[in-house]
Design a protein around this ligand. Structure first.
Ligand code: 5AD
Ligand code: SF4
Length: 427
């Protein structure tokens, strides 16, 4: 989401005649687009700001701005302790950027706007995108779910969706610019709703745009995972066979305190129904360990769901208390050491499951989108299956952006290795 927002800001600035600088040292203006989701993300911003402060000491004319989610929480800190920051803009205030930059030439005070909007979706702004494979398209903003651990509803405000027409227009434009894959984005992507159109209506409209090779979306909430959505996924070849389904916890007790609105057995049934409707679908998840009050027994319930479902991959986190959220006030916080050992345990377990799932692909032929050169070798490509697994294979006669058949030979670590069996042009 932050990459997409940065592209939006870049587009906005380019419209005003600004251009991206090649390095921090030569920049006239430096922005950091921030994330508040966990403490670690915030720490990274503080250390970046330390670096920018040094630049500002050497070049006082450089303007420094803090954008995005942390603007809200940093506002007071900045006004009090970080006078070197010139501009603070929350996620709904990016349009103010050109005005603030102009005003900053004459006014010395910090320029701050962190108001959240019920309407802002930046429907008319085109992001400036860099690479040519995947275009992120933000389709809705904000979240109304209020999971008790999560800061997003506070930093990003209420849910609001863009028009189907605006999104389709942006998809066509991305296609014209050479992008072949679209990823629809939202904090709560499948609770998209605009003038009677639900997420599955939007997904179908995008799937029908001629020429888009692949469509992905993230991140959905299990509560909004409907049968019509699975039907649309099953009936369009260009919608990838991959679903991110955040579990968070396998314990009913913890899920209730998280306000996740589903229980363990509902989640398992849902994942199994997804696998029935979409054979060979890749299912990834998010898991939090050490949520307040999580006992050893609760933790074992999470392990149990992992073992029952065997996710293809998972993002795993230690619970990080966020100021202002309900869970941060719960009194039964789990000790850091316990969180750490639970995290290590699920990371090891997930590694086994990822390998096990990947091994089921060995021997099959997968359509792989050629996305980039492999990090290990200049003679090999890296690309993804539509179930979202990375595959490494010799380049042969294939080029970037092509979807090619690759015979999977081996599952190693988190990726697959294969051999492209595309017939040569002459044959
Ligand atoms: N602590 C740890 N993980 C969190 N997430 C969101 N808030 C927190 C938090 N306070 C995780 C959830 C979510 C993912 C994007 O980040 O798993 O799905
Ligand atoms: Fe946060 Fe996602 Fe829950 Fe919304 S649905 S509160 S973004 S974890």
């Amino acid at each position: 989401m932050n990459v997409a927002d940065s592209e939006l800001v870049e587009g906005l600035l380019q419209n005003q005649g600004y251009s991206p600088s090649q390095s921090l040292e030569t920049a006239d203006v430096i922005f950091v687009n921030t994330c508040s989701i966990r403490e670690h993300a915030e720490e990274k911003v503080h250390s970046q700001l330390g670096r920018y402060h040094l630049i500002k000491k050497r070049k006082p004319e450089v303007l420094i701005g803090v954008l995005g989610c942390m603007a809200q929480s940093l506002k007071d800190d900045i006004l009090e302790n970080k006078p070197f920051v010139d501009i603070v803009l929350g996620p709904d205030s990016y349009r103010k950027l050109p005005e603030f930059l102009n005003r900053k030439q004459t006014i010395r005070n910090n320029q701050v706007d962190t108001k959240l909007s019920k309407f802002e979706v930046y429907d008319d702004l085109f992001p400036s995108r860099r690479e040519g494979i995947n275009a992120w398209i933000s389709i809705m903003r904000g979240c109304d779910k209020f999971c008790t651990f999560c800061i997003v509803p506070f930093t990003r405000g209420r849910e609001r969706s863009r028009s189907v027409e605006g999104i389709v227009r942006e998809a066509k434009q991305a296609l014209d610019e050479g992008f072949v894959e679209i990823t629809l984005l939202g904090q709560n992507v499948n609770s998209y709703s605009h003038e009677g159109n639900d997420f599955h209506d939007l997904l179908e409209a995008v799937a029908k745009v001629h020429g888009i090779k692949r469509i992905r979306y993230t991140s959905p909430h299990p509560q909004d995972m409907t049968d019509p959505l699975l039907d649309v996924m099953a009936s369009h070849q260009n919608i990838c066979n991959s679903i991110h389904l955040p579990l968070q916890s396998g314990s009913d007790h913890v899920l209730k305190r998280m306000n996740r609105t589903y229980g363990k057995s509902h989640f398992i049934d849902l994942a199994q129904r997804i696998r029935e409707k979409l054979p060979r679908v890749g299912i990834s998840t998010d898991i939090i360990v050490g949520f307040p009050g999580e006992t050893e027994k609760d933790f074992l319930e999470t392990i149990d769901v992992m073992k029952t479902l065997r996710f293809d991959s998972a993002f795993q986190f230690k619970y990080s208390p966020r100021r202002g959220t309900k869970a941060s006030e719960y009194e039964d916080q789990v000790p850091e050491k316990e969180k750490q050992s639970r995290l290590a345990e699920i990371i090891e377990l997930q590694k086994l499951h990822t390998l096990e799932r990947n091994e089921t692909f060995v021997g099959s032929v997968e359509p792989v989108l050629v996305e980039k050169e492999s990090k290990r070798s200049t003679t090999q490509w890296a690309g993804r299956t539509d179930s979202n697994k990375w595959v490494i294979f010799d380049k042969g006669n294939t080029s970037l952006k092509e979807i090619v058949p690759v015979e999977i030979k081996e599952a190693k670590g988190v990726s697959l290795h294969g051999k492209c069996i595309k017939k040569s042009e002459a044959a």
